[in-house]
Design a protein around this ligand. Structure first.
Ligand code: RUB
Length: 328
């Protein structure tokens, strides 16, 4: 098997692990691309070997951020029906086609989300955003170009400070932007006209899992009666939650919290660093997807459509999708 192709795949996996590639959409597209790249150069002998290598590659990529539903869905959509092909060429072609489809449909989704979401922002608005979401920024920037946004407030987004990326990105495009620390959110909420954030995962009951601190923004927005909208492509909706699974929250360890010191500089101190939190649907006005602007309570409809589930969902369906992933 082509060693260079494996090296490239592991490099993508490392870039996702160390956050050089981050954000739900970007990691999903990177994984889809890495799988296609591996398939293109695969030079083994049997379809069984190809399937085994695809499954190994899928597991390596999935392990990088195992709780990221976008990553899982990006992989599953890329691999859909590949095992049903009876030749190596057939499998490779289908996988590469699915990968292209996933990547281009995910770009198109962002374009549609920007158009739909911008209309939810009234002229003269000050918008608050959190972390660094391509989907939320696509909406905010479209609204700015349409003359609807006067100013954006961007939280710093500790511990990793993705808010710095957001603030710079907006400033480069001449969008007036103010950065605040996360704990200043309630202090400023009455000055905001709308809160606009992205999502890592959306569950079957309409809860949104996004960067830690998102639920505090939602709570403060709810108290101030400020609309709170979430911008997310449909592949961020989780099928597993329809079958009862709970979404695991990633903990990235003490280093990011202790920063700039080392965890060892705090003798006797324990650290917790959950990097996502859960915002319940009652605090969310709408979710802007490429399928339209929906109520969070419509999440099941999106999940059924995306995974082509008609009628009752079977447990086999969940097991079927698990087949690609194994302990690495
Ligand atoms: C990023 C984050 C983003 C969502 C959506 O977290 O929480 O809001 O991933 O991003 P991290 P996008 O930096 O830990 O990946 O809209 O770009 O998919």
């Amino acid at each position: 098997m082509n060693g260079e192709a494996w090296k490239r795949l592991r490099k993508t996996a490392d870039s996702i692990s160390d956050m050089s590639i981050r954000g739900a959409g970007k990691i999903a597209r990177a994984a889809a691309n890495a799988l296609a790249d591996l398939a293109r150069d695969w030079d083994g002998q049997s379809p069984e070997d190809l399937l085994a290598d695809i499954s190994k590659a899928a597991s390596i990529l999935h392990e990088t951020r195992p709780s990221a539903v976008s990553l899982r869905n990006g992989i599953l959509l890329t691999l859909r029906d590949v095992e049903k092909q009876d030749s190596i060429d057939g499998m490779k072609e289908l996988l590469m086609m699915r990968s292209d489809e996933f990547i281009s449909s995910s770009h198109l989704a962002l374009e549609k989300i920007s158009q739909f979401g911008a209309k939810r922002i009234r002229k003269g608005s000050t918008v608050l955003t959190h972390c660094n979401s391509s989907a939320a920024l696509s909406v905010i920037y479209q609204a700015f170009k349409d003359g609807r946004v006067d100013e954006v407030y961007s939280t710093e987004s500790r511990p990793w400070r993705q808010g710095h990326i957001t603030a710079r990105w907006l400033a480069e495009r001449e969008v007036p932007v103010t950065m605040i620390v996360d704990s200043a959110v309630r202090h400023f909420m009455n000055d905001m006209d709308i809160v606009c954030v992205g999502a890592d995962t959306i569950t079957a009951n309409g809860a949104v899992i996004n960067k830690i601190g998102t639920s505090q923004l939602a709570l403060a927005a709810h108290e101030a009666r400020t609309p709170f909208i979430v911008c997310a492509e449909t592949y961020k909706f989780s099928m597993e939650t329809l079958m009862g699974s709970l979404v695991e929250i990633e903990d990235r360890g003490p280093k990011e919290v202790a920063d700039p010191l080392e965890p060892d500089d705090f003798p006797g101190v324990r650290f917790k660093n959950p990097v996502f939190d859960v915002t319940p649907p009652e605090y969310i006005n709408s979710i802007v997807t490429e399928m339209g602007v929906i109520s969070p309570y419509m999440a099941t409809e999106i999940i059924r459509g995306m995974f082509q589930i008609t009628g009752p969902i079977s447990m086999e369906r969940g097991n079927e999708d698990h087949k690609w992933f194994r302990e690495m």
